[in-house]
Design a protein around this ligand. Structure first.
Ligand SMILES: *Cc1c(COP(=O)(O)O)cnc(C)c1O
Length: 461
């Protein structure tokens, strides 16, 4: 042990190395010194705890370089999504359109009329910029936008049902991604949850029996990320609208994904749209901006003006308010919906979701060919195979869309090793692993991803 400890380099020795000195031009000297010290300390600890039985000077230098390289890169980075999951919750959900980003760029780098009414030359409201277009698209009387859909649900319940009862079917007490659970959000909002029905079956009379003078709302939640199949029963929107209006209480619907177009036109299964719910008479509908809407993270609330006006006055609105970047991105994204023909060109997720299998096959062949030109076939097996993509984002959990993938099997490495190496690249490449193959689904690739993938596979193989 003493032998090993005496082998540990001195900080100054390491700092004298040409390869380490180079970093002092790119990073504050303090950071470089601290990193060198930390890595040497880590080695010391490993020696003392007998986790390290030998090492070389070069290993220490390599580790320091690795750590310094990490420091140089931003923590939040672009990645390549080769998983085929279009709205990937872990990979930033929907990538937004170039036009939306250009608008964000201009608004963010200059002054803007965020809270200034240009017609009147006085203070204006940040919410006014998108309300009209949301109403135009959804057919709602009024709209309000907050940080995300969780915030939207919280604000709606806090405004309409705080200290009062809100009725929800037991089949709709959903959890979305761990942190959003309907019962917890309701508790936070101050609304009292009244569960009705059973997990698989809820009837109209369950709701009827639960209504009393303390009932403030009926809440319907879209089962975004799961399906109950078999012996099931749900009360239709029409019936809930009738019941709530007969009793003079608002019907709230958390529709989740925010579908604003008929998805069957894009070759997908039917999903209820916001417009349908509004048309049927639902009083308040909430949805996300960055799921199937294809925009930035946001929570959109639409519905009857009398309720929306109350929400605008709620103090919570200030805490949950949307910022100028999001507003800019959202406005541009929503504009694309005014010309539906254009959606596929304008909104990246629509382009991906509606890509036909011929195009996908061609693209997979293109990627396979590119990889083969970079790497000799004694090192790797490359095939084009048919497979399935998923929509993701807690939307359409059972739906799979036919796709083509490039299946790769390295000959001198395990698939797991290759997966990890690709994940560690300068631009990380996130893939699917299926039994003996590493799969690259071309549905979620952008044009400039192809060359990067081929080059990186060459490097890590
Ligand atoms: C995704 C989802 C939410 C949460 O929306 P965020 O925008 O992620 O806050 C809430 N309810 C339903 C039904 C959802 O699908």
């Amino acid at each position: 042990m003493n032998n090993l400890l005496s082998k540990l380099p001195k900080v100054d020795t390491v700092l004298g190395e040409e390869v380490i000195r180079e970093y002092i031009n790119k990073l504050p000297r303090k950071i470089v010194v601290l990193t060198v010290r930390n890595i040497i300390d880590k080695y010391r600890l490993s020696i003392l705890t007998k986790n390290l039985t030998d090492f070389s000077y070069e290993m220490v230098i390599e580790d320091i370089k690795l750590e310094l390289n990490k420091t140089l890169k931003p923590k939040l980075r672009r990645v390549i999504n080769a998983t085929g999951t279009v709205i990937h919750t872990n990979l930033g959900r929907s990538p937004i359109s170039i036009n939306a980003i250009n608008h964000i760029f201009e608004i963010g780098t200059r002054y803007n009329n965020l809270e200034y009414n240009l017609d009147e030359g006085k203070r204006g409201s940040r919410y006014s910029h998108v309300e009209e277009i949301i109403c135009q698209i959804t057919g709602a009387e009024a709209a309000l936008v907050v940080n995300n859909n969780a915030a939207a649900v919280m604000l709606v319940l806090s405004t309409l049902a705080k200290g009062k009862e809100a009725i929800v079917s037991r089949g709709q007490l959903v959890e979305i991604g761990g942190s959003f659970r309907i019962p917890s959000v309701m508790e936070q909002s101050g609304a009292i949850l009244v569960e009705v029905g059973t997990t698989n079956r809820t009837h109209l009379y369950d709701y009827e029996n639960a209504i009393n003078e303390n009932t403030a709302a009926i809440l319907k939640v879209h089962q975004s990320n799961f399906k109950i199949l078999g012996f099931t029963e749900e009360v239709s929107i029409d019936e809930l609208v009738d019941l709530s209006h007969k009793n003079n209480i608002p019907l709230i619907e958390d529709i989740g994904s925010g579908v604003l177009v008929d998805l069957t036109k894009y070759g997908l299964n039917y999903e209820p749209t916001v417009q349908e719910s509004i048309k049927k008479g639902v009083d308040i509908v909430t949805f996300s901006g960055d799921k199937l809407l294809g925009g930035p993270q946001a929570g959109i609330i639409v519905g009857k003006r009398q309720y929306i006006d109350k929400m605008k006055k709620n103090q919570l609105t200030r805490a949950l308010r949307i910022d100028k970047f999001t507003l800019a991105g959202l406005e541009t994204t929503l504009k694309a919906y005014l010309d539906e023909e254009n959606l596929k060109e304008e909104i990246p997720i629509f382009k991906m979701l509606s890509m036909d299998t011929n195009t996908l096959k061609r693209n997979a062949q293109k990627l396979a060919k590119l990889i083969k030109t970079y790497i000799q076939d004694d090192k790797i097996i490359v095939d084009v195979k048919d497979d399935y993509s998923t929509v993701g984002g807690g939307a359409m959990p059972l739906e799979t869309i036919p796709t083509y993938v490039v299946a790769i099997k390295p000959k001198h490495k395990t698939v797991e090793e290759l997966e990890k190496s690709l994940r560690m690249c300068e631009i990380p490449i996130i893939v699917r692993v299926s039994r003996d193959y590493l799969l690259l689904d071309v549905r979620t690739l952008f044009d400039d991803d192809y060359a990067i993938i081929a080059e990186n596979i060459k490097n890590v193989i």
